[in-house]
Design a protein around this ligand. Structure first.
Ligand code: NAP
Length: 237
């Protein structure tokens, strides 16, 4: 992948997608152009991120360079979409936005970014251990090159499924929210609550799923079922 890529929002999931590509030298750090919202994140990435990527603060003059990249990964929170505006003078003719925003339709993306073709992707945090599941819905008139580029972003770290958009929400509920509700943490040094924090955002889809589990006392039911089985086994002694 020799192309330049802009990353609009470089948080948990963008880092999980891009870092393995940089680690495996599938993208060169000088070809990655990120924009974040706060000075804190800007400094943190500059100081602590292991690859020397280009990073800018949103609204700064330099950050406008991202609109000159043909390929863009849109990885802000859905609630932050209103803060992003497509630049008026776009140089590339064949622009692509790959959006991983939960619940934001291709139609809304196309209205928001009229000078881009848009792809909607649902991926999940197990991409950090190379075991992700990624669903892709193509917008209109996506070229074969654009399809190949999109798949390359995810194919090293996940299995890829291509769906019509109707199926993506179901796929999201099962795969993106899934790690917060049922998970195997053998291969990662995270605690269950750290993993939950990685995959939830206030007002998001996953926290809404967790709320139902809490309301239905699933956690308590699981604990009590184990205690009950353990107590019962002691009765057989
Ligand atoms: N986490 C998951 O497991 C998961 C899975 C699948 C899909 N998703 C989707 O991925 C997206 C990102 O989730 P996340 O967990 O990675 O969120 P996150 O860690 O909060 O990252 C959001 C990023 O967007 C930046 N940002 C906010 N407003 C911006 C603006 N106006 N211009 C440029 N950058 C801006 C933030 O910068 P600051 O840090 O400076 O605020 C941050 O770098 C969400 O839409 C979510 O639906 C997440």
């Amino acid at each position: 992948m020799t192309d330049k890529i802009a990353i609009i929002g470089f948080g948990n999931i963008a880092s999980a997608i891009v870092t393995p590509l940089l680690d495996n030298k599938l993208i060169q750090p000088e070809n990655v152009f990120c924009v974040v919202n706060t000075e804190k994140s800007l400094e943190n990435i500059k100081k602590n991120y292991k690859h020397n990527i280009n990073v800018y603060k949103s609204g700064s003059k330099e950050s406008k360079i991202i609109w000159d990249c043909q390929y863009k990964l849109l990885s802000i929170k859905p609630q932050q979409l209103n803060d992003i505006s497509e630049a008026h003078h776009i140089k590339n003719k064949d622009n692509l936005i790959v959006s991983i925003l939960a619940g934001v339709s291709i139609n809304r993306l196309t209205q928001k970014f009229p000078n881009h073709k848009c792809v909607r992707v649902v991926t999940n945090i197990p991409i950090t251990i190379g075991k992700g599941l990624t669903g892709i819905s193509w917008g209109e008139e996506i070229t074969e090159d654009q399809k190949q580029f999109t798949k390359k972003l995810f194919e090293n770290t996940s299995k890829i499924y291509e769906f019509t958009e109707d199926y993506l929400d179901i796929f999201l509920a099962l795969t993106s929210s899934g790690p917060a509700t049922i998970c195997l943490i053998k291969e990662n040094k995270l605690t269950t609550s750290e993993l939950k924090n990685l995959v939830t955002s206030p007002g998001g889809t996953t926290i809404s799923a967790l709320r139902v589990l809490e309301k239905k006392s699933v956690r308590s039911a699981l604990i009590e079922s184990i205690v009950s089985a353990s107590n019962r086994s002691k009765e057989f002694r």
